[in-house]
Design a binder for this molecule. Structure first.
Ligand code: GLU
Length: 490
């Protein structure tokens, strides 16, 4: 006999009267871009409505457990600013928030469905994998109509069983999705999916419905790969007599016109993007616009602004293609907008990958990089000339536009080696010395700047010009490099 007071107690805890959304990841070991976007939209809906955002860990598929996976979820949400109101770490009115810790909840609910004729015990032998995916091939399971006495006898004898959903053979099921509208599926196309597995744990599909109900979820936001399961969810809700939440299914994030992004094919996860030198804020902003468009033309949004603007009906039905170049553009914009101090703090570890010599000030180097850095991982490659002056050919000194050739270079370097000797070593003074020389010698600034830059950097393309590079190198190293150049030119 089922204990109906227990059900009443469970139902009594359900919060009402507020918008409640949940992010319900399975701990698979990484957060792919589509998952991050789902989390973001889910969070935005809750924040936009002044509701609650819950984190629930869906770990009932024990074969897919990955060490450290839950930490990745916490870290990603925290870094991205997707703060939750209830979850495994925070607790809340409908705790626990980890499905394996709720394992005793599901079986009674499945038994309730059996009692109502919407589910049945199945004693057929099945491979574990078939059970996990919840797929049952035969339309007519011999256990569907077993007499009650036989079921009780076999249960009492300890026969292993699963509990399956009893889908009506006739008719069709319609559900409403906020993005895709009404969708109808013939019941004959739906399988008698497993609700409770042989190990007593629920399948994802069942735990998800029970928890969404018991946690008072008002908007179920998830990837569109679950659209085809939604009719079965609705039949479960109907079987229980529960109110159906609003469904918000989001189109997939694609790597190209035909393929979804996938870790297996080398597409980056959130963590990969950060390791490549993308800023969290830029990733979040870009990902938000993959499949959702605000009303105006504007593209740059902080996460708070996104929540303010968020209208779920503007989520797109069509799959979005992840465009790394567009992300890079967003990233460059975010880098430019940082304060110099914030950029220096982010850039320093990347600078130090290339510039080990601590005499060269990372903050000064950051200052010449900020306006021309698209992603942080580009930084080390631009700074290869600091620690060691590269080998270079004197042909580099020849530059038509600057009116410089090897001979001009030699005389300019001679001139500047003298002028640099007793000025204060500030950018202003270095600049003054260079432009002062140009003026007195009656030539273009570039005619003086160009050879100095080549001499100190040993390459033609550098972040920053002669003034900044000389300043960072310091007087001694600048003069030494200029001496090397003069030697080459003689
Ligand atoms: N655990 C599911 C996943 O990680 C969540 C799907 C849902 O949000 O319902 O894909």
């Amino acid at each position: 006999m089922l204990d109906h007071t227990w059900f009443e107690e469970m139902e009594g805890k359900i919060p009402h009267g507020e918008v409640r959304t949940r992010f319900a990841p399975s701990p698979t070991g990484y957060m792919h871009v589509g998952n991050l976007r789902t989390a973001l939209y889910t969070w935005c809906i809750a924040r936009h409505e002044g509701g609650k955002f819950l984190l629930r860990i869906e770990d009932t598929d024990q074969s897919r457990q990955v060490e450290g996976a839950v930490e990745i979820i916490y870290r990603t949400l925290r870094e991205c600013g997707l703060d939750h109101d209830e979850g495994p770490d925070l607790g809340g009115p409908v705790a626990p928030y980890v499905q394996t810790e709720r394992r005793d909840t599901y079986l009674p609910y499945a038994q309730l469905l059996v009692e109502r004729g919407c589910a049945y015990y199945c004693f057929c032998e099945k491979s574990e994998s078939e059970e996990d995916s919840g797929v049952f091939e035969r339309a007519d399971d011999p256990c569907r109509e077993l007499p009650r006495e036989e079921v009780e006898r076999r249960l009492a004898a300890g026969e292993p069983y699963v509990i399956r959903q009893k889908i009506p053979h006739e008719g069709s099921t319609t559900f409403h999705d906020e993005i895709y509208g009404d969708i109808t599926a013939p019941n004959a196309d739906l399988d008698d999916q497993v609700l409770i597995k042989r190990d007593g744990l629920p399948t994802y599909n069942f735990a998800n419905v029970v928890d969404d109900h018991l946690m008072g979820i008002t908007h179920v936001v998830r990837g569109s790969e679950y659209l085809s399961s939604a009719p079965k969810y609705n039949l479960l809700y109907e079987g229980f007599g529960w109110e159906i939440p609003k469904y918000v299914h989001c189109s997939p994030v694609m790597r190209d016109a035909h393929n979804k992004m996938s870790k297996r094919h080398g597409d980056p996860s959130y963590e990969d993007l950060i390791a490549e030198g993308y800023l969290t804020e830029a990733v979040v902003n870009y990902v938000a616009l993959l499949g959702w468009a605000p009303a105006g033309e504007r593209e740059i949004y902080s996460i708070r602004e996104l929540a303010g603007e968020f209208d779920l009906h503007r989520i797109s039905k069509s799959p979005a293609i992840f465009d790394k170049e567009k992300l890079t553009y967003f990233n460059a914009e975010y880098i430019k907008a940082l304060s110099p101090e914030a950029f220096a703090a982010l850039a320093e570890p990347w600078i130090r990958q290339a510039v080990k010599d601590e005499r060269y000030d990372a903050a000064l180097i950051a200052a010449i990089l900020q306006q021309r850095t698209e992603k942080l991982s580009d930084i080390p490659g631009k700074l290869d000339f600091f620690d060691t002056l590269p080998e270079y050919d004197t042909a580099l000194f020849v530059h038509k536009k600057s009116k410089c050739d090897e001979q001009v270079a030699l005389s300019m370097l001679r001139e500047m080696s003298v002028r640099f000797r007793d000025i204060p070593w500030t950018e202003e003074a270095i600049h003054g010395a260079l432009t002062g020389a140009a003026e007195e010698l009656g030539c273009k600034n570039a005619t003086v700047m160009w050879p100095v830059r080549i001499a100190v950097a040993g390459k033609a393309v550098t972040p920053g010009g002669a003034v900044e590079i000389c300043h960072i190198l310091g007087r001694d190293e600048t003069l030494r490099r200029m001496a090397v150049a003069m030697e080459k030119l003689q």
